[in-house]
Design a protein around this ligand. Structure first.
Ligand code: PMP
Ligand code: GLU
Length: 397
């Protein structure tokens, strides 16, 4: 079969691939501990599910406006005002089928061949491929672990060329849980505004943030920055609604109009009843959000301590999201049963084969010395899984 060239520009999402592989092995009876999936292990809160059931019973099952129902746009607008101090009207908000879909649509309407899009690394696996699919060139800026993987203003400045169109930035980030302070964002903002590049701010982990740190998004720092920004967020992580596929983008009216036009020729509207559920998520009681956040923080404390206790492994303490990104390169070059581990993909395969632990190679996030573990799983699995990793690593000679 002859395929369009764009298909060979990208790879299957590594996170979703590992997740599927772990699930298949589990179904086949293997005692797999899954650190692969980047999705909360909690059920969607009952009030949100009830809202969807009510919508279904009421026959809210037809096409909705392409960019989402007004009720949901109003809930998003109120959220952006309440939580982020940002004012966006309906025409500046578009609802999509998940934050990934919003990011994809933004890239499709803003970027094209000849453009460069800056992506600090470690980065979420899909950013680069989403940029490739737009025809633009992703320009990866490798951050340093000694800077806690935070992009430095001088690095940003050095990466900007006349072709630079935008930067994709996320705080807290996936995979390293990098969470910028206000001062750090202000320093980056100065470079962004002076060079007039656009900002795609992926705020999906806004509510999963630890140690009492406040959340800031670049758009709230100044009017100029708001004009340059498209804010992306969604309900997947905050409300444990990964399967419902509701995300959104807020930005200049003309950008939102372009996304809505684009969306009208692919998915049309996001699922009608999921939109009603998202209204309840944003407007309803928020206790479950804090419950999940507290539990993630407890798990983070345990997993970071246990990983750092393995000789040769070093793991930063993430301040948000639900991933850890330890460096395991001390074990590269070592072997077990005649097989030498030389990179993160081989390490992930070894740990799956040898210790039944599923995780994602760091190379997929731009840092091959690392592996990524999601701790959106039970404390018991975290305890057992990290023990298994330690035992497997110590078998390498
Ligand atoms: N951004 C980041 C950084 C993510 O980790 C994810 C993972 N789901 C997404 C966006 C997409 O989320 P969704 O499409 O489920 O809203
Ligand atoms: N974002 C999650 C992850 O990084 C979910 C899967 C995906 O869409 O990548 O594992």
């Amino acid at each position: 079969m002859k395929f369009a060239a764009r298909v060979s520009l990208i790879k299957p999402s590594p996170t979703l691939t590992i997740q599927a592989k772990a699930n298949a092995l589990k179904a086949a009876g293997r005692d797999i501990i899954g650190f692969g999936a980047g999705e909360p292990d909690f059920d969607t809160p009952q009030n949100i599910k009830d809202a969807a059931v009510r919508a279904l019973a009421a026959g809210f099952t037809k096409y909705t406006p392409v960019g989402g129902i007004d009720e949901l746009k109003d809930a998003v607008s109120a959220k952006l005002k309440r939580d982020n101090g940002l004012t966006y009207k309906r025409a500046e908000i578009v609802i999509s089928c998940g934050a990934k879909h919003s990011l994809f649509n933004i890239a499709q309407v803003l970027f094209e061949q000849g453009d460069e899009v800056l992506i600090p690394s470690p980065y979420w696996v899909s950013y680069t491929d989403i940029v490739y699919l737009s025809g633009a060139q992703p320009v990866v800026i490798t951050t340093d672990v000694r800077d806690n993987f935070k992009l430095q203003p001088a690095q940003l400045e050095a990466a900007i060329t006349p072709r630079t169109r935008a930067i994709i930035i996320s705080s807290p980030s996936n995979p390293a849980g990098v969470t910028y302070t206000l001062q750090e964002l202000q320093a980056l903002a100065e470079v962004i505004v002076r060079n007039k590049i656009m900002v795609v701010s992926d705020d999906i982990y806004e509510k999963i943030i630890y140690d009492g740190l406040p959340f800031y998004t670049l758009a709230q720092l100044s009017d100029e920055l708001k004009q340059l920004s498209v804010v992306v967020n969604g309900v997947s992580k905050t409300y444990s609604m990964t399967g419902w596929r509701i995300g959104y983008a807020a930005g200049a009216e003309e950008v939102v109009a372009a996304i809505t036009k684009y969306q009208s020729q692919n998915t049309s509207n996001p699922t009608s009843i999921a939109q009603k559920a998202a209204v309840e998520a944003l407007n309803g009681p928020q206790e479950s959000v804090e419950m999940m956040r507290t539990e993630f923080q407890r798990r983070r404390d345990v997993i970071v301590r246990k990983l750092n206790a393995i000789p040769g492994v070093s793991c930063l303490n993430p301040q948000g999201a639900f991933y850890v990104f330890p460096n395991v390169a001390a074990y590269y070059g070592r072997s077990f049963a005649g097989k030498t581990i030389t990179n993160s993909a081989e390490m992930a395969t070894y740990l799956l084969d040898e210790s039944n632990v599923a995780l994602v190679p760091g190379g997929d996030f731009g840092h091959d010395e690392h592996i990524r573990l999601s701790y959106a799983t039970s404390m018991e699995q975290i305890e057992r899984g990290t023990d298994r990793i330690g035992e497997a690593l110590l078998k390498l000679r």
